[in-house]
Design a protein around this ligand. Sequence first.
Ligand code: SF4
Ligand code: SF4
Length: 68
Amino acid sequence: MGIFIDVLVDENLCEFSKGCDKCITICPVDIFYNQSGRLGIKDEDECTLCDQCLEVCPTNAIKIVKKY
Ligand code: SF4
Ligand code: SF4
């Protein structure tokens, strides 16, 4: 959770466990990372709202919430 932005991933839709790493690869500010074999999310307030992760995610698992 960020103060200004939440980057949310629906674990029921995410295919990280099946080998997908598209969001990790594309995010210019490294919000997504491999957290001991799970999809980790960090530094959400650094998100530039570029929407690239939304475009590459094959299952529409990601939601970006701008809180202010
Ligand atoms: S791109 Fe989507 S499906 Fe792939 S690891 Fe990221 S959130 Fe999960
Ligand atoms: S919108 Fe852009 S900066 Fe924000 S998490 Fe997705 S790829 Fe990263």
